[in-house]
Design a protein around this ligand. Sequence first.
Ligand code: ADP
Ligand code: MG
Length: 326
Amino acid sequence: MKIEDHEVILKVNDLKKYYPMKKNKAGSTVVKAVDNVNFHIKKGETLGIVGESGCGKSTLAKVIIQLLEATEGDILLEGIPLTDCKGTKLKEIRRSMQMIFQDPYASLNPRWTVERTLLEPLIVHKIGTKDERKKIIKNIMRDVGLDESYLSRYPHEFSGGQRQRIGIARALVLNPKLIIADEPVSALDISVQAQILNLLKDLQEEYDLTYMFITHDLSVVQYIADRIMVMYLGRIVEIGSTETIFSKPLHPYTEALISAVPQVTEEKSKERIIIKGDLPSPTSPPTGCHFHTRCPFVMDKCKIERPELHFTNESRAVACHLHSLQ
Ligand code: ADP
Ligand code: MG
């Protein structure tokens, strides 16, 4: 099955991000935070990215959004390699990808009113007249569920949920195509999480958005994502539709993650699989398959040979020797 290029908004080819560090016992001088990652996101979909803390999710987001430089590999937005973009084209690309962060308080300037925060990107990108800018931000305030009278307030005057609405409004101001949300509801109370997730779903329709949604919370990703990509120590271990990932996880790591999510619809709940041991240090990851030290099905081959990400169809892939045997 071949996906049409015009359907793809973001394509990531053999992406690597290595952080330099002091030589450790194993002789390693880099942390391979993102290692040979390949995936795409289709227009209008939500790709959920899951995995334990430290597996490289935020690094991947920052490299895509150009906050960090890639060590190697290509990122293509609507078919255009970002490395080829300079000047106004680069500015345009930056504008079409926006990020929402876990902690909006840390990402908002405490000395700026909401109005200034929302106007700033429009001024920087020289969009609209003074009146037009005001109109744009008033409409966005309404769309994110905030009263326009709040424009004159400062970040500390809001609740966590309201602040995240401001963070979302700021991401929307430049009318982006792709939004990368990094743990956007993880710091919020459960009831507020649901409101923000529903808001993001509504905005996706209204603004024609594509989401890359990062979370360590499987129930959040089950609710919001069309497809799910599972990462482990800088590598992709599995990709699939949300439905198939939850009903038929192929990778033992995915299976363990899924088994920890309570399923309300299931008659007989599956037994929870506890992954043994801690996440190995990313500074000296295990040889072969990174997961072999914790895998209940480990074989000799897994300790030596890295399993490649193997596509079974356009939207389903797994990197596991158990499945490459078939
Ligand atoms: P996640 O978002 O999945 O928790 P991160 O992308 O934050 O993962 O981190 C991936 C790995 O890269 C971790 O081992 C982390 O310690 C390391 N790392 C992250 N940022 C830096 C940095 N600026 N310098 C060195 N190592 C880093
Ligand atoms: Mg992170």
